[in-house]
Design a protein around this ligand. Structure first.
Ligand code: ASP
Length: 301
């Protein structure tokens, strides 16, 4: 097993499949009345969050607690980071406290990688800048596999602000490793060239052939320039509303990593429809992160 999870590229097909299978077993645990396993008793997991997050932070916390680990939540606000402490000094503090795993979210791409050279424990990337978010890709792959039965050969359209999306980057890497075909869809200003993925600027032509549509949040907080004329224009061309959703095949699912801009990239009636897996994704996130913590910290399949 790998020691750190910094990028979805760290996962070959066998390792990724093992994580997804283990997540399945963890999900079965969630059905039980007592949702706890003793496996990580006595181990310490630190959540080191330099950027806001709701889902991801709570999800890692729930995952570590269900495995009986001790969890320390560290947020940059209200800590010595706001006094200018460097990532390296924070890392040395965590090291001195004997963290077995550090889950890090940071606005700078590459921060988890740097951290992994300063601490002895496992480092898990929970989102670094516009770079990667590998556990999101794992929970997304898990969700697709449980809804559609397989990943190999699936047609997945990833739609919207791909340029600023660490979710998209990690998904392209993991999905192509697992045999899915990915098409990136959006305005040309927001679609970077991405090895392994096809590109389209026309959402309507992609929908009839898609098994999965993954809508991305338009990340205005990371935009320094204007990438499209107006929110209304964006939504008209690339937003998924009920009329567009009808172009999808019967079995197709609609995903979104959250947080959503309802009414912008996704209409409320789509987000709340039967095809939508948005709430499932959150639940699956806990199982996927349990599997990652369990396997990285030495658990057996
Ligand atoms: N929650 C995801 C992330 O942290 C997606 C987003 O923020 O749009 O990358």
């Amino acid at each position: 097993m790998i020691k750190h999870l910094l990028s979805a590229a760290d996962l070959d097909a066998d390792t990724a499949t093992l994580i997804l299978d283990t997540a399945g077993e963890m999900a079965a645990l969630a059905e039980r009345e007592v949702k706890k396993l003793p496996t990580l008793r006595g181990r310490t997991v630190v959540n080191l969050f330099y950027e806001d997050s709701t889902r991801t932070r709570i999800s890692f916390e729930a995952a570590a607690k269900r495995l009986s680990a001790d969890v320390i939540n560290f947020s940059a606000k209200g800590s010595s980071v706001s006094k200018g402490e460097s990532l390296k000094d924070t890392a040395l503090t965590l090291q001195a406290m004997g963290a077995d795993a550090v889950v890090i979210r940071h606005p700078a791409s590459g921060a988890p990688d740097r951290l992994s050279s300063w601490v002895d424990g496992s480092v898990i990337n929970a989102g670094d800048g516009t770079h990667e978010h590998p556990t999101q890709a794992l929970l997304d792959a898990y969700t697709m596999r449980s809804r559609l039965g397989k990943l190999d050969g699936l047609n997945v359209a990833i739609v919207g602000d791909v340029l600023h999306s660490r979710v998209a980057r990690s998904n392209v890497l993991l999905l192509t490793t697992l045999g899915a075909k990915v098409t990136l869809v959006g305005p040309p200003t927001l679609i970077p060239l991405s090895p392994g993925a096809a590109v389209s600027y026309d959402l309507d032509s992609v929908l009839p052939g898609a098994d999965v549509v993954m809508m991305l949040r338009v990340q205005t907080e990371r935009m320094q320039d204007s990438y499209f004329p107006s929110a209304r224009e964006y939504s008209r061309r690339y937003g998924l509303d009920a009329a567009r959703m009808r172009r999808l095949p019967e079995h197709a699912i609609v995903m979104h990593p959250g947080p959503m801009n309802r009414g912008m990239e996704i209409a409320p009636e789509v987000a709340d429809s039967k095809r939508s897996t948005i709430v499932e994704q959150v639940a699956n996130g806990v199982s996927a992160r349990m599997a990652v913590l369990y396997l990285l910290l030495g658990g057996k399949a």
